[in-house]
Design a protein around this ligand. Structure first.
Ligand code: GDP
Ligand code: IMO
Ligand code: MG
Length: 427
């Protein structure tokens, strides 16, 4: 059985944690391939709620091996506290594997993230302040620190020196901050080495051998398609590739091994941080979606911006990820609206546009063209099959499927593991 990718089709927070957890019991490995603890993935198991940041959601399924791939950026202190938090709740985390090639989020990367945002002022990205961008910048600039560097003090010291050289100039001369001492950083990082050692390995080899042995590997994306550094709403994006190709580079598994790419799609749209959002609602409907959907960030506690479903974005996600399926989440949140507008195209400078414009100036001017679908008022949280849904909810799902370009194979009707309608099997 080859590999599957599960990723966000919008601006993140689509319900990737829940969807991954649902499949966790039937897969052998769950792999994070990009991002870091900017992610906040919620999993609800019975009366227990878990918020995962760096750990793959498969960690909650006994029998599943969680993997942090080479494409992830790892804040060791966050990782260790996430592990001990889960241990305290009785979750076995001993199977975790961490790539020795994953990059480390150092304390100075977190500092740089915060000062750059402050200096951007009105133009800020609204990052999570977790050091994600600066850590990927160091990786690309070839001054990054990798997990394996923790096991060679001399190399680690040289690398921290190289990384801090330029940064201390910037911090002291431009940003008016104190310089960061190399020794202090090295000492802190070395302090994590022993604790992480049992998990660190060559995950590329492990995953490829597992696939040769017909094991099932699930890649769990962080963030979402429109936050992708290449395909998202740049510069209001994260600094990695949540899109399907990122699963290959971020894990060392080739594209020929991937058989299915599942886009997690919320039945409406949300976004955290700055940047364009054509269907955003700044009215009572937006407020109601936020309240009923519990749309508050898992990582930063910020209110999420809310708006109607945008089929232009869904079609784009299908295209850039080669999606084979959608998992539609939070349909239950739309219960109670008499009518539900869905954005089917944009109006840009007086013209109707069906596909996402590549030009940022056009996208910033895009006005949604809505089609209005009839709503439903029946409680759908107990629905177990598609036919259990009220006719108008069925029609809403079918309309979204037709507009979005890939089959909707599962529907979320509540946050719990069992509050899901399976339309087509994923495995
Ligand atoms: P992720 O980052 O993509 O994993 O998503 P988040 O966990 O940040 O946000 C999704 C929120 O929606 C979480 O609170 C989930 O528990 C919740 N959720 C997921 N699927 C459903 C669903 O089908 N219905 C409802 N009501 N909540 C859901
Ligand atoms: P999950 O995995 C929603 C957003 C931030 C900001 C931009 C850049 O839970 O879906 P960063 O700290 O990554 O440099 O911030 O990306 N962002 C997310 N929004 N869900 C996430 O993760 C996000 N991770 C980053 O709000 O706009
Ligand atoms: Mg989230």
């Amino acid at each position: 059985m080859p590999a599957l990718v599960l990723l966000g089709a919008q601006w993140g927070d689509e319900g990737k944690g829940k969807a991954t957890d649902l499949l966790g019991g039937s897969v052998d490995y769950v792999v994070r391939y990009q991002g870091g603890n900017n992610a906040g993935h919620t999993v609800v198991v019975g009366d227990q709620k878990y918020a995962l940041h760096l750990l793959p959601s498969g960690i909650l399924s006994p029998g599943c091996t969680p993997v942090i791939g080479n494409g992830v950026v790892v804040d060791p202190s966050v990782l260790l506290s996430e592990l001990s938090g889960l241990n305290e709740r009785g979750v076995d985390t001993s199977k975790l594997l961490i790539s020795g090639n994953a990059h480390i989020i150092t304390p100075y990367n977190v500092t740089v993230d915060k000062v750059t945002e402050r200096f951007l002022g009105k133009r800020k990205i609204g990052t999570t302040g977790r050091g994600i961008g600066p850590t990927y910048a160091d990786k690309i600039n070839r001054v990054g620190i990798r997990v394996q560097d923790l096991y060679d003090e001399s190399i680690l010291t040289q690398k921290v020196e190289a990384a801090l050289d330029g940064k201390n100039q910037l911090l002291t001369k431009l940003y008016n901050r104190r310089a960061i001492a190399v020794d202090q950083v090295v000492e802190e990082l070395l302090g994590y080495a022993e604790k992480l050692a049992p998990y660190v390995t060559d995950t590329v080899l492990v995953l490829n051998q597992a696939l040769e042995q017909d094991k099932v590997v699930l890649f769990e994306g962080g963030q979402g398609t429109l936050l992708d550094i290449d395909h998202g709403t740049y510069p209001f994006v994260t600094s990695s590739n949540p899109t399907a190709g990122g699963a290959c580079t971020g894990s060392g598994v080739g594209p020929t091994k991937i058989s299915r790419v599942i886009g997690i799609l919320k039945a409406y749209t949300t976004r955290v941080g700055s940047g364009p959002f054509p269907t955003e609602l700044l009215d009572a409907d937006g407020e109601a979606l936020r309240r009923i959907g519990g749309e508050r960030g898992v990582t930063t506690g910020r209110d999420r911006r809310c708006g109607w479903f945008d089929a232009v974005i869904a079609r784009y996600a299908t295209r850039v990820n080669g999606l084979t399926d959608f998992f539609l989440t939070k349909l239950d949140v739309l219960t109670g609206w008499e009518e539900i507008p869905v954005c089917v195209a944009y109006e840009i400078d007086g013209k109707r546009v069906e596909e996402l414009p590549y030009s940022q100036s056009d996208f910033h001017h895009a006005k949604p063209i809505y089609e209005t679908l009839p709503g439903w008022s029946e409680d759908i949280t107990k629905a177990k099959s598609f036919s259990d849904l009220p006719k108008n909810a069925q029609a809403y799902v079918k309309a979204l499927e037709e507009m979005s370009g890939a089959p909707i194979s599962a529907i979320g009707v509540g946050p719990g593991r069992d509050e899901t309608i399976e339309v087509n099997s994923f495995l």
